[in-house]
Design a protein around this ligand. Sequence first.
Ligand code: ATP
Length: 238
Amino acid sequence: MALLEVNDLAVSYGQIEAVKGVSFSVDEGQVVAIVGANGAGKTTIMNTISGLLRARRGQISFAGQDITHWPTHRIVAAGIVQVAEGRAILANMSVAENLALGLAAAGSRRHEGGPTIATMMERFPILGQRSGLPAGQLSGGEQQMLAIARALLAQPRLLLMDEPSMGLAPLLVKQVFAIIAALKAEGRTILLVEQNALKALKLADYAYVLERGRVALSGTGAELAGNQDVARAYLGGL
Ligand code: ATP
């Protein structure tokens, strides 16, 4: 059974219908990518899954429950944790305080032997070295690591990653994808939205190409990575 199932989802901003009947699913342990040109509706889908936006039509099911109308805190409590676009770390709080927020978000899902702030600082040593600094003083790449570490401390059953490489220099983009590859190797379930389409497709088990609010194509990451239409979509030619 799919862990996340999205069925005929439609989302509007006033008169503008940004997502027009999208269906897809994510199985446990899968990395699923949604790729598409700017404005295709990727962020809108992510924000609707996490409860920040409301569906106008359609259903979102998670672990067999209909979460379509749940408030965000309940969705997080169920185990859907978003690593936000733009990173959304709290700039005035220290690195350690930001990590503590992640741990708090784990709530009742927190279990013996789960990740701790100390294990995250081991995994991302730069965060340990900078633990007392205001998070706003970290570089872009370090902030992205902090955002990922914070999300992992919340012990997600499904990790939503919205453009994790956005705005980063090429070397850091590589690092972020290496982190995602490591998370995949650990068997984590990830829904990934990316502007770096080819990199995302190479990593994804399955992927959906979104075009003006609709799924234009879907297939395994490898299939889509070699598809000419996908290349054209990325050059804005469709
Ligand atoms: P990007 O990579 O640029 O973020 P995206 O695929 O994530 O693109 P969305 O941000 O989901 O796309 O936007 C989908 C559509 O909805 C676009 O046409 C966009 O202009 C519109 N849109 C997004 N946010 C709003 C908003 N707050 N109010 C009105 N329209 C919006």
